[in-house]
Design a protein around this ligand. Structure first.
Ligand code: AMP
Length: 395
């Protein structure tokens, strides 16, 4: 039986698991959702029957049940040879993936102050798999690590310097695993090495961020201290005037209410009043729902402005890249965004765009476009699996 690498991605109310073989081909995946709620559920991809969970199953129970279900179906091939965990915030402690030991766990705990919704559940996943597979090397792969190359002019906010020195207030950036994968894949498709490839990478899913990458290195990115800054997202506002908070306070909205509104009730959902789901929003707009059309306009316009802004951080550009659920699947969003960039000489081929670049290694730019435009499916799990086996083998 082939060796297995287990990839664990614990979200606030969900767990995604994936199994890779030693050639880094995905063998199976599974998802548990609505954890800690009465309707918690779990499923192995491709299986009709759900995996049974205890009522109000927590992360640890769901993880155990899914690992058991993998074993029952003979998908594990014995114990995993390495386990890779997605960890959202590595602060300034982690510039790259690390083997998990007690010291690493402590440092991830310390970073939890910066990502209170994410790091604690990432740690629950780590502790649960350490219990299940105590002898297996485990690796943490951080969303923030790829952005640790940002220069001070990109990561500093114009705030009193002590905020950064004493409290770590700075831009960290997120989605680093996906942006890193974009530069690897773009290099492959353009027949270059990652270390000589410069791109602007737009990861557009439920969360959205855009990153300027020069010679394989992150130079600037739209998400900041937290994953709230920057682009319009499903339920997150992205950029707002910081003066908003004082104004909201004068209207009786306190800081924690404002935090909830900006994270959970804004973005596409807030603007449309209907949904955070871009596919549904496009359907609503097609049926003449004006607020949905306006939400799409705001989304694309903000994104186009950021494409322009990211050019300021680069001396050279090989391609603009779209990824994530929206970036990979919505020709409409790509077209509407790129339309704003005609002054920069960037244009799309309507046919290639409609087919998501399927017949051209992802290329959707037109023949006159000053820079190639690419659509590349992201695969964060694959990056985590590769990092897990690299560090486990180096051990
Ligand atoms: P992700 O978080 O990467 O899974 O992306 C989820 C987002 O992708 C949701 O807003 C989906 O509606 C959106 N999405 C997926 N397929 C499409 C599509 N064909 N058209 C527009 N949006 C899509």
């Amino acid at each position: 039986m082939d060796e297995t690498i287990l990839v664990v991605n614990c979200g606030s109310s969900s767990i995604k698991l994936a199994l890779f073989d030693s050639n880094h081909h995905k063998k199976a995946s599974a998802l548990a959702e609505r954890l800690n709620q009465s309707d918690a559920s779990a499923r192995i991809s491709g299986d009709q029957a759900p995996v049974q969970l205890p009522e109000n199953a927590c992360h640890e129970q769901a993880l155990q049940a899914l690992v058991q279900a993998f074993e029952d179906r003979n998908l594990m091939g014995g114990k995993p040879v390495s386990i890779g965990h997605r960890v959202v915030h590595g602060g300034e402690s982690f510039r790259e993936a690390v083997l998990i030991d007690d010291k690493a766990v402590k440092a991830i705990e310390t970073c939890a102050a910066l990502a209170p919704l994410h790091n604690p559940v990432n740690l629950i996943g780590i502790q649960a798999t350490r219990k299940l597979f105590p002898d297996c090397p485990q690796v943490a792969v951080f969303d923030t690590a790829f952005h640790q190359t940002l220069p001070p002019k990109a990561y500093l906010y114009a705030l009193p310097e002590r905020y950064y020195r004493d409290w770590g207030v700075r831009r960290y950036g997120f989605h680093g695993t996906s942006h890193y994968f974009m530069v690897l894949e773009t290099a492959r498709r353009l027949n270059k090495t990652p270390a000589t490839t410069s791109i602007i990478s737009a990861h557009l899913g439920n969360g959205c961020s855009i990153t300027a990458i020069e010679d394989g290195i992150s130079k600037d990115t739209s998400m900041g201290l937290t994953p709230l800054e920057g682009l319009v997202m499903g339920t997150r506002s992205g950029d707002v005037d910081p003066g908003l908070f004082d104004y909201l306070a004068s209207r009786g909205v306190n800081a924690s209410q404002a935090h909830r509104v900006l994270n959970q009730e804004s973005g596409l959902l807030g603007l449309s009043g209907q949904t955070n789901d871009m596919r549904s929003l496009c359907e609503l707009a097609d049926h003449g729902h004006e607020p949905s059309e306006l939400a799409i306009d705001v989304f694309c316009y903000r994104l186009a402005k950021y494409f322009g802004a990211m050019m300021a951080s680069l001396n050279r550009l090989d391609a603009l890249v779209f990824t994530g659920g929206i970036g990979e699947n919505s020709a409409r969003i790509r077209a509407q965004t790129i339309q704003h960039l005609s002054l920069l000489g960037i244009g799309l081929d309507a046919d290639l765009n409609a087919h998501h670049g399927q017949f051209s290694e992802g290329h959707i730019g037109d023949a006159d476009s000053r820079f190639p435009v690419l659509v590349i499916p992201t695969d964060e799990e694959l990056v985590i699996a590769r990092e897990a086996s690299r560090l486990a083998n180096a051990n």
